[in-house]
Design a protein around this ligand. Structure first.
Ligand code: ADE
Ligand code: ZN
Length: 332
C-alpha cells in the first residue's frame, strides 16, 4: 500500500510553512542571520518537541520562527518544504503563512510574501508542484490587528488565494473575527479557519455561520455533535485533518483511534495533511502511510482521500478534473 500511496497524486491543504522549519535549517539560518537560539544543538531542539497540548507547541513554534529574517530565508524554507512534498508524490499545496509572527518583530510583509512566492515559483518550475498561499490571522491577537494585517496585504491580494485563522484555539472563538472575514470575502478571498482541533463543536458552527468558511481546518470535535456532522456532510464541507499533528498535540491518544475513518464513514469530506511536519514527525507521505496502516484504510478509501484533496482545493474546476483523471488513470 505504501508504494501505491507514494505514486498517487495528492494535494496538501493544511500546512503552516513556518511549521516546516527543520532544526537543521533553523540552526543554519540562526548562523546566517546572527540570531542566538536557546538550544545548544539540533538534537536539543528535537528533544524539546514533546508537547502536552497546542499551546506547548505554539510557544516553541513562534520561538523557532524568529530565525526567519530575509526574503532568502523564506524562499529557502519554501523550497525545502516543496522538495519534501514532491518526494512524497505531492503535486499541489495550499500553504498557510502567519504574517503577524514576522511583521510584529519588524520583518516587512513584502519580505515574507516575496520570499514565499519566489519559493513557490521555484517549485512550479523545478518540481512541477503547484501551490497557493493562504494568509492566516493569529487568533490570540485582537481582531483589529488582523484587520491591519489584511490592509498591509492589500498590494499582494492578487497572489493570495484566501485567509485563515490559526494559533491558540480555546478561548479565542471564530466569532471574534467576523468583521475581518467579511472584509476578506468582499475582496474575493477564500476563507478557512482552524476549528474543533481543541475547541468545542460550537467553534465549528461559528466558523460556518459567522465566518462563512469554505473549509474547516481539523474539525475533529465536530463528531461530538450529530447535527453538525449532518450539516458538514450536506454542505460537502472539506475538513483538512492532520493525523500526526493530532497525535503529537494529544488531540488523540493513538492513531488507531483517530476519527479520520469515522469521518469518511459519516460521509464527511476529510483529507490528510501534515500541519507542522518539522515538529510533528512527518510530512505528507508519513501522515498518509501511518494513518492508512493504523486505520486499515482500504484502497478505495485511499483513492477517495486523494480525490478529496483536489475537490477540496482552491484549484479551478478544470484543474481539479485534470487531477481526478490522473488519479483514475493511476488507480486503474
Ligand atoms: N499554527 C501552526 N499550527 C497550528 C495548529 N495545529 N493549530 C493552530 N494554530 C497553528
Ligand atoms: Zn494547523
Amino acid at each position: 500500500m505504501n508504494a501505491f500511496i507514494k505514486g498517487l497524486p495528492k494535494a496538501e491543504l493544511h500546512l503552516h510553512i513556518e511549521g516546516s522549519l527543520e532544526p537543521e535549517l533553523m540552526f543554519a539560518l540562526a548562523r546566517r542571520n546572527k540570531v542566538s537560539l536557546p538550544f545548544s544543538s539540533v538534537e536539543a531542539v528535537r528533544s524539546a518537541y514533546a508537547f502536552g497540548n497546542l499551546q506547548d507547541f505554539l510557544d516553541i513554534y513562534y520561538q523557532g520562527a524568529q530565525v526567519l529574517l530575509t526574503e532568502e530565508d523564506f524562499h529557502d524554507l519554501a523550497v525545502a518544504y516543496f522538495t519534501r512534498l514532491a518526494a512524497d508524490g505531492g503535486v499541489h499545496a495550499e500553504i498557510f503563512f502567519d504574517p503577524q509572527t514576522h511583521t510584529d518583530r519588524g520583518v516587512p510583509f513584502a519580505v515574507v510574501a516575496g520570499g514565499l512566492l519566489s519559493g513557490m515559483a521555484w517549485a512550479e518550475q523545478n518540481l512541477s508542484v503547484t501551490s497557493k498561499l493562504i494568509l492566516c490571522f493569529l487568533r490570540h491577537l485582537p481582531e483589529d490587528a488582523a484587520l491591519a494585517t489584511l490592509k498591509m496585504a492589500e498590494p499582494w491580494l492578487d497572489r493570495i488565494v484566501g485567509v485563515g485563522l490559526d494559533s491558540s484555539e480555546k478561548g479565542f472563538p471564530p466569532s471574534g473575527f467576523a468583521r475581518v472575514f467579511k472584509a476578506a470575502r468582499e475582496r474575493g478571498l477564500k476563507l478557512v479557519a482552524h476549528a474543533g482541533e481543541e475547541g468545542p463543536p460550537d467553534y465549528v458552527w461559528e466558523a460556518l455561520d459567522l465566518l462563512n468558511v469554505d473549509r474547516i481546518d481539523h474539525g475533529n470535535r465536530a463528531l461530538e455533535d450529530q447535527k453538525l456532522v449532518a450539516r458538514l456532510a450536506a454542505k460537502g464541507m472539506t475538513l483538512t485533518v492532520c493525523p500526526l499533528s493530532n497525535l503529537k498535540l494529544c488531540v488523540v491518544d493513538d492513531l488507531k483511534v483517530h476519527p479520520l475513518k469515522r469521518m469518511l464513514d459519516l460521509g464527511l469530506k476529510a483529507t490528510i495533511n501534515s500541519d507542522d511536519p518539522a515538529y510533528f514527525g512527518g510530512y505528507l507521505g508519513e501522515n498518509w502511510r501511518q494513518t492508512a496502516a493504523a486505520l486499515s484504510l482500504s484502497r478505495s478509501e485511499i483513492i477517495l482521500l486523494a480525490k478529496n484533496s483536489f475537490t477540496g482545493s482552491f484549484l479551478s474546476p478544470s484543474e481539479i478534473q485534470t487531477h481526478l483523471a490522473r488519479i483514475d488513470a493511476y488507480a486503474s
